[in-house]
Design a protein around this ligand. Structure first.
Ligand code: FAD
Length: 454
């Protein structure tokens, strides 16, 4: 009696309800990952490649084997199930409407062959259907959502299995076996300085972060300090479950725990919004903003991507992103505001670049973040979120250390001049003389565009 476990974004062995159910229902398992991505190499694939290697090693230590296949899951899974004589395919739900609809299609296809698809949770703490306002409507604002959702988070994490009894890949599918290739040149080298993809790396990161949790509320907004958990790619790929992180934070307690748990709440909220309003992944949540006159500015967009806008905090963030696959949350807000407000470029352009370059690229979190900043999202507040990048820089990177780290050409500037060298009349060779958009003019233009939509 064989069961297939189809790993996707649940690349762990502990606290894995789908794996647990598969172990209870079958005496042998076929463990697969299907690589369906034929897009050009992006940062999160660099992470995924290492994460899969870690998972394969963890499985091998327990006597099992992970098979990484390349192809279309809709085609491969029925073949796999037939050729391995499997009675069920076990998955962890993704909670992304398009992906969930596809899973339902695959389930119907399998069921026609007499194979069951069993869907388990593990990726989210919130049941999106159960958390509703008194009027039975979904929440649109984070704080009331969080207040309603938090008491429902009662998950008890479970340990990893000690042994995994696995069967080999049916010979008929040997041609589909293909590991994800390493990028050439190895531009991802700096991605893994501080974090190690995989389940062990996720837990090590969580432990290290929790040691300093008390300082989190005070330091989390200061990009030079790196005081946040850096757990986002681990959570995205399911190397650690949100229930495990929640329990560890609750056990650790102290003044930082509440704030940190609220950030996990934002991840829950992002998926909640996406499930209730699927179109918000790529379109304005609020259709009122569909008439916003976005600017087309290919050269400006390129300068933003390359970190050559002439605004030091924006450029430092964009360079950090390119070099490391990460960007501090505060700086994400600043660069997103600069692109969508001062430059007037559609948030979808920025969101697409983030999905390409972030190691934690995540459809739900990214769309929520971009629409929050652009002001087109669930809690539309477009007028209030025009971040002044120079004020933000002075406030959150007062000594300029973050800027100096990512823009070495500005390293010689002192803490007064570094946030806006043009204001002090300083010209740095190799760095734009002044911002590509005058900050005051950009703000005025953004306000005018917003007013035009009524
Ligand atoms: P911590 O502060 O340690 O937070 C802990 C965890 O809570 C994070 O790992 C993350 O899973 C979750 N979290 C924290 N803040 C948010 C938030 N605002 N929204 C949703 N979840 C949150 N996050 C992604 O994971 N993927 C994305 O593609 C992404 N794109 C973003 C785009 C923009 C424009 C903005 C403003 C934010 C985006 N975020 C995204 C949210 C946030 O910036 C990152 O989750 C955070 O910087 C990750 O660092 P951390 O793990 O150290 O966070």
């Amino acid at each position: 009696n064989t069961g297939i476990v189809w790993f996707r974004r649940d690349l762990r062995l502990a606290d894995h309800p789908a794996l647990e159910r598969a172990l209870q229902s079958h005496d042998a398992l076929l463990l697969v990952y299907i690589d369906e991505d034929d897009a050009p190499y992006s940062a999160s694939r660099a992470w995924l490649r290492r994460s899969l290697a870690a998972l394969a090693a963890d499985i091998a230590m327990r006597g099992g084997e992970l098979h990484v296949l390349a192809g279309d899951a809709e085609v491969l899974l029925p073949r796999l199930a037939a050729d391995a004589c499997a009675s069920a395919v076990h998955i962890s739900a993704l909670h992304e409407p398009d992906a969930d609809a596809r899973d339902a299609r695959i389930a119907r296809r399998l069921s026609a062959d007499g194979v069951a698809m069993r869907r388990a949770g593990g990726r989210m703490l919130t049941d999106a259907d159960a958390v509703r306002t008194r009027a039975e409507a979904p929440y649109r604002v984070f704080t009331p959502f969080f207040k309603a959702a938090l008491p429902t988070w009662r998950h008890r994490p479970r340990p990893a299995p000690e042994r995994l009894a696995c069967i080999g890949l049916p010979a008929s599918l040997a041609d589909a076996k293909r590991a994800i290739a390493a990028p050439k040149p190895a531009w991802d080298a700096a991605f893994f300085d501080r974090t190690l993809p995989g389940e062990a790396g996720a837990h090590a990161r969580l432990r290290a972060f929790l040691d300093g949790l008390d300082a989190y509320p005070e330091h989390r907004d200061l990009p030079a300090l790196d005081a946040t958990s850096l757990l986002s790619p681990h959570l995205h790929f399911g190397e650690i479950g949100p229930g495990q992180v929640l329990q560890a934070a609750r056990e650790r307690g102290g003044p930082g725990a509440g704030k940190f748990i609220a950030e996990l709440g934002w991840r829950e909220f992002a998926y909640y919004v996406l499930q209730h309003w699927p179109a918000s992944a790529s379109g304005n949540f609020n259709p009122k903003f569909d008439t916003l006159p976005w600017r087309s500015d290919p050269a400006g967009l390129r300068a933003w991507r390359q970190g050559c806008t002439g605004v030091p905090l924006v450029d430092a963030g964009m360079r950090q992103l390119w070099r490391t696959g990460r960007m501090h949350n505060r700086v994400r807000m600043v660069v997103a505001s600069w692109l969508t407000k001062h430059m007037g470029i559609h948030w979808r352009e920025g969101a697409a670049w983030f999905l390409h370059t972030l190691v934690d690229a995540d459809l739900a979190n990214n769309a929520l973040g971009w629409q929050w900043v652009a002001g087109t999202g669930v809690d539309a507040a477009p007028y209030f979120r025009i971040f002044n990048p120079v004020t933000q820089s002075r406030r959150f990177d007062p000594l300029g250390d973050y800027i100096r780290r990512w823009l070495p050409e500005l390293a010689g500037l002192d803490a007064t001049a570094i946030h806006a060298p043009w204001e002090a009349g300083i010209v740095v060779p190799g760095y734009p003389r002044r911002p590509i958009i005058d900050p005051a003019q950009g703000r005025a233009d953004a306000l005018a565009r917003l007013k035009a939509t009524g």
